[in-house]
Unconditional design. Structure first.
Length: 532
């Protein structure tokens, strides 16, 4: 599983039913008169961009704070300029130089300069919060009034994608300082600006087309237009309301409302409204990837490092039946990189079940009737898919060709610790991206984070590791795509990982909206949504 940054794994948001019911009554009023309404189960902790790393916060902060680069629509494979006019990267992918647009100003009229970028990034780093890892080993410096240089201690081809994250939103340094903010090395102890960010008094903090009017972690967040917005993409709504709703209430509201979006419906809920002509129901693959792994460390297991055993697992899986556990909208994961990211494998390159080959490989492994235990987090559900159901399906697939598989579910905390310690022989896991760039998936290579957890130390596969080293310093998009596809093909052939599925992401919008699409980074970019 990924690093489990607290906000990105907001698996079970706690929502007060009383709040949901009360907010439901406001549907008719709030969805009229130029108001965009977004229903979501909240996990938001703060609206302070350098502290926030939750999906709900991303919805709000995308509208309030501009970033150097951003994404358009659902495309998260190609970051495009926003505050940056242009940028260049060094050949070793360690130095990135940005040229800023000169006509930008914050909502209070203050011009945006390189000093604001340096302050924002240093504050992110020194707050030492959930998103601080995004700029790990990166330093920032101004190059004149409208130039910024980022230097990484290690090759960092993912940096353009990282800079589109709302945690790297640029704040008004003068105004933030005036309200207790600091980018000093001890900012984690001395910065006092969070409460101000979490209020309607923070007008002027950002340069985006909206400003924060109302903030609550339990009921709703309200945005209103930035009257002094500098860019061409001006606010299209007199207000944007993001409401805290459980999925059952979201289902009721989306059928009654107009200019409305629901983000947290389950696949089975979506099926019941697909024929509603007033709604656009989108069932698309999620960025999560479920996968199996077999530990390569012989001290952990004498069975799982066996390459014949691993090949038998690879070809025994009935991938179609596994996808069926997740329902409509889910797809088989051809590789470990999700299909919407640069470098993902096309479906034609997916592994297909081959029962005869699986039986031959199992016999060649000489493990006989040896029992293998499949471990999984028994209390975890992702995008409507319970790990327990997935594990049962995998067990049935493997046993159909002769494996002796026992299931061992455990609470996610217990399971996670054993997995992270590298002591799990055979496991069912998943990975969700820290940022939408294939570099995040180099963690699966020998000697890297996930590779090490699977007993695969550096030096285990020199050709694969060489490809990884090339990918680390390659900045050309076409060359990167080719390299990451080669890496995944080799992982599929020789690695101890077995990609299974990308579950379903449900996104529902009323048909009176234009540009309302799911974005894996921002959930929805409200700056691109308008009324038809």
């Amino acid at each position: 599983m990924k690093r489990l940054r607290s906000a990105r794994l907001a698996l079970i948001p706690v929502v007060a039913i009383a709040v949901a019911v009360a907010a439901q009554g406001a549907t008719a009023r709030s969805s009229a008169g130029g108001t965009l309404v977004i229903d979501r189960s909240f996990e938001i902790k703060t609206a302070d961009p350098q502290r926030a790393f939750e999906p709900t916060a991303s919805i709000v902060n995308r509208a309030v704070f501009d970033t150097l680069l951003t994404y358009k629509g659902a495309d998260v494979a190609h970051p495009v300029p926003q505050l940056a006019e242009s940028y260049t990267a060094s050949k070793d992918a360690k130095t990135f130089t940005f040229k800023l647009k000169k006509n930008v100003h914050f909502a209070d009229g203050t011009p945006l300069t390189s000093a604001d970028v340096v302050f924002s990034f240093n504050r992110l780093i020194n707050l030492k919060g959930n998103p601080s890892f995004l700029l790990a080993d990166v330093s920032v410096a101004a190059k004149g009034k409208y130039g910024v240089v980022l230097k990484s201690k290690v090759p960092n081809t993912a940096l353009p994608a990282i800079l589109a994250n709302t945690s790297l939103g640029i704040v008004n340094s003068k105004l933030v300082k005036a309200h207790g903010g600091t980018d000093a090395a001890d900012a984690d102890k001395t910065d006092k600006a969070e409460q101000w960010f979490n209020s309607g008094n923070s007008v002027g903090a950002g340069s985006g087309p909206y400003v924060l009017k109302q903030y609550s972690t339990t009921s709703q967040l309200v945005l209103q237009p930035n009257a002094k917005y500098w860019g061409p993409n001006k606010a299209k709504w007199s207000s944007v309301v993001v409401r805290n709703m459980i999925s059952a209430t979201q289902l009721i509201n989306i059928q009654r409302g107009s200019h409305e979006v629901a983000i947290d419906l389950a696949s089975d809920q979506a099926q019941g409204i697909r024929k509603n002509k007033k709604l656009k129901v989108s069932l698309t693959p999620s960025t999560w990837v479920f996968w199996l792994f077999a530990n390569n460390n012989k001290d952990i297991s004498q069975i799982t490092p066996n390459k014949h055993f691993q090949n038998a697992v690879r070809y025994a899986i009935d991938y179609r039946s596994v996808v069926g556990v997740a329902g409509p909208g889910a797809i088989q994961a051809p590789g470990i990189i999700p299909n919407m990211f640069l470098g993902s494998l096309p479906q034609k390159m997916r592994i297909n079940q081959n029962g005869a080959k699986a039986k031959w490989e199992l016999a060649a492994s000489a493990i006989g009737s040896g029992k293998i235990t499949l471990e999984f987090p028994s209390d975890l559900t992702i995008n409507g898919v319970p790990f327990a159901s997935m594990a049962q399906k995998v067990q049935a697939n493997l046993q159909s060709v002769g494996f002796n598989v026992e299931l061992a579910g455990a609470p996610v905390g217990t399971w996670l610790q054993k997995y992270r310690d590298g002591k799990m022989a055979f496991g069912l896991s998943l990975w969700g991206p820290d940022y939408p760039d294939p570099a995040d998936y180099l963690a699966f290579l020998p000697g890297k984070l996930v590779g090490t957890r699977a007993g695969w130390p550096a030096g285990s596969d020199p050709p694969l590791e060489k490809l990884g080293d090339q990918a680390l310093v390659t900045t050309n998009a076409k060359a990167r795509q080719k390299l990451y596809q080669q890496i995944q093909q080799k992982l599929n052939a020789d690695g101890p990982f077995f990609p299974l599925i990308q579950p379903t992401q449900v996104f529902v919008a009323t048909t009176d909206l234009k540009g309302a699409v799911f974005n894996p980074v921002y959930q929805i970019d409200v700056t691109q949504v308008s009324a038809k």
